[in-house]
Design a protein around this ligand. Structure first.
Ligand SMILES: [Zn+2]
Length: 277
């Protein structure tokens, strides 16, 4: 199914209880989850959902995003709590809310932000919940992941999959100059130990551009690609492991931006932590 069809089903209240939102980048998946949640909980007539302005729509925002502290008691997002996974404890905590009736809206929406990171135990807890007979009001679970293939087969078989399109490919020609500038700065840092070169390395990644949208994963993906490319460019790249760890950490950038930290500060912090730490 595609997003417009899923939105249409949500408007009419016919959306499948468990929906996998895969493809796109992290920002695309978040936006789709918010739009679907608003379509489900909006108080306007079905054809006008989501209106975007009612008391439900306005408060359905991604946690930490600048929604002026907006919060909807019937919309919950579960983000990975352990470094690389979404734990069974956090999942059970979310499922507790799914045992009670909605507080304000017609139903409840639960979003698992990185469903590919659910531990086996967490995925099974979720699965058990999906198999239980319905409580009085509709409950919806959105499982966000880069690919549905990253999820347990049992979870996939009980969910409707909505593909959001391929992640936009990264142009190698755009990455190349960033990789060279980053590599040169790291080499200078290694040779001199002067922290000013760590700032230059962060500035090289900032040149990826496109930082205006805090939800977009794209500039982070470009920066990560530049760090990886810098390894291939140097004959003897210093700090191979550190650079691999930095590239991985960069992909988590949008989560930090949504906590209100500027991209430049995040880049400087990550570069310093991984290359000088
Ligand atoms: Zn609305």
């Amino acid at each position: 199914m595609n997003l417009p069809a899923a939105l249409d089903a949500a408007r009419r209240g016919h959306l499948y209880p468990a929906v996998i939102l895969d493809g796109g980048d992290a920002g695309v998946r978040r936006s789709a989850a918010l739009e679907l949640a608003r379509a489900l909980l909006c108080q306007e007539a079905p054809e006008a959902r989501p209106c975007g302005v009612c008391r439900h729509c306005r408060r359905i925002v991604w946690p930490g995003a600048d929604g002026g502290g907006a919060f909807h008691p019937d919309f919950q997002v579960l983000e990975r709590d352990l470094k690389a996974s979404t734990s069974v404890d956090a999942t059970r905590e979310m499922l507790k809310t799914a045992q009670v009736s909605p507080f304000e809206a017609r139903g409840q929406v639960f979003v698992v932000a990185s469903a590919e990171s659910l531990t086996g135990e967490a995925a099974n807890a979720l699965l058990k919940n999906l198999e239980e007979p319905h409580v009085s009001a509709p409950r919806h679970f959105f499982l966000l992941a880069p690919s549905r293939l990253d999820l347990l087969r049992t979870l996939r078989s009980r969910s409707l999959a909505v593909f959001l399109g391929p992640a936009e490919p990264i142009d190698p020609a755009a990455v190349e100059p960033l990789a060279r500038a980053f590599g040169a700065a790291v080499a200078a840092w290694t040779a001199s130990g002067s922290p000013v070169y760590l700032l230059s390395a962060a500035a090289a990644l900032l040149a990826a551009g496109g930082w205006e949208d805090p939800r977009s994963g794209r500039p982070w993906a470009v920066a990560a690609a530049a760090v990886l490319r810098s390894l291939a460019l140097a004959e003897e790249a210093a700090g191979r492991r550190a650079r691999l760890a930095l590239a991985e950490a960069l992909l988590e950038g949008p989560a930090m931006r949504l906590r209100g930290i500027a991209a430049e500060r995040i880049l400087e912090g990550l570069v310093a932590r991984h290359l000088a730490g």
